[in-house]
Design a protein around this ligand. Sequence first.
Ligand code: ZN
Length: 295
Amino acid sequence: MDKLIHGTAADGTVRVLAAITTDTTAEAIRRHGTSPTASAALGRLMTGALLLGSTLKNDDRLTTRIECAGPIGGVTAEANAAGEVRGFVKEPLAEVPLKPNGKFDVSGIVGEGMLHVIREAGVKIGMKHEPYVGSVPITSGEIAEDLAYYLAKSEQIPSAVLLGVLLNNREPFVAASGGVLVQMMPGANDHIITMIEDTIIHAPHITEAIREGAGTEDLVKLALGVIDYEILYEKPVSFKCSCSNERALKTIASLGRDEIKSIIEHDGGATMHCGYCNESFVVSGDDLRQMLVQL
Ligand code: ZN
């Protein structure tokens, strides 16, 4: 089961989060049928959204959105406080050649563009708050570096972000997926920061570690080295979408009587598609006529 842990180190001046998202990324790939490089981009951004969203409160949600000129066209991932994440890419079948070193060319499939991070409060209970939106240009395209740049630039939190997706040739196609986020809070001293930077530079790649059986706490150790830490909590994470048949019906009902009559007349029924999870909901002509009676 995928999970995320949240810890602190150096008297609370360092915040550390680690997530294993192997099943979560596999589910996203299964739903969207993404090409290998698009799968890597989607898995990385979904893991990043979970890490950035880990401090969300009950009804908050965080969306990371890449709008870009590369073949993938765009990547979106949304996470909530419960550890649920959903995401999609604009062009699932887009693909680019591997880099000379054999790695996925995520920056090549992303290209130039913008990264937007949207924090919304009180979503489920229907409270209306202005969402907080931070945007930065894509500087790397490898996603982890872009999220680190966003955190430093837009939220003024110096951060190290490690994200990785390792694929294999057989279903469910994901051998390992996960990430680590280390944040320097106010008061973090330069010595500690240098130690962590040095540890991360020399650390083995996280997907190799996960494939060999590393858990979330092993990922924390991989980033912090000899520095002591304390785990505050852990929670399960998974791919989960908020769409449902009931929501599809509500959306159609909100169109109003005239529009519903027109759908019955011209199309017989309606199919609602959820882009986040690639699920379709068929609403029959009888459902629509029933709806008209109730409206
Ligand atoms: Zn959905």
